[in-house]
Ligand binder design. Sequence first.
Ligand code: CTP
Length: 190
Amino acid sequence: PISVLITAGPTHEPIDPVRYLSNRSSGKMGYALAEAAVRRGAKVVLVSGPTALQPPPAAETVFVQTAQKMRTAVLDRWEQATFIIMAAAVADYHVAQISEQKIKRGGPLTLQLESNPDILADLGSLREASGKSSPVLIGFAAETENLLDNARGKLTRKRVDAIVVNDVSLAGIGFDSDRNEVTIITATDV
Ligand code: CTP
């Protein structure tokens, strides 16, 4: 069968034992895609950040917390996939020094952040280096302005086959919604 690897949800980037940095992703998009791929007979691997959702029982689900762990889970499996759909809202930064103890209240607090790896861009590079056209790489973009230009930029920069653009500024679609409206940009649209 066709093998589809799907990432979903946010990532949690720890600050201390009780706190983390994250974003508003619910995971609904990635889980719905996993469900749809299962229904169409694909072998599905769902790499999921923390969500409140039930994964489809027929999918093999790998739960991860951080962007770094998501990257490892994806890179361990990418060559077996026919399609990779990166629906996860991967945190772009992690806290440089995670506090081992709970940080106590005090005056102003500064957290130093460091960039996370761009998993999708890494996949684009790995695939290019392999000289193959497989797996098909599909990314998502959550935008609030210049939707199509930003999506074209991401397609080219990350060397992927398609970018699914959401306008997260519109009411009724976007984060945590059961409905969505997207534009799909492919190489022929650049
Ligand atoms: N992505 C990823 N690894 C990251 C960040 C994003 O794999 N560290 C993937 C997402 O899963 C999504 C796509 O890349 O499929 C969109 O990423 P986005 O954060 O919108 O792209 P950026 O180039 O980081 O642009 P922006 O400045 O809008 O954050």
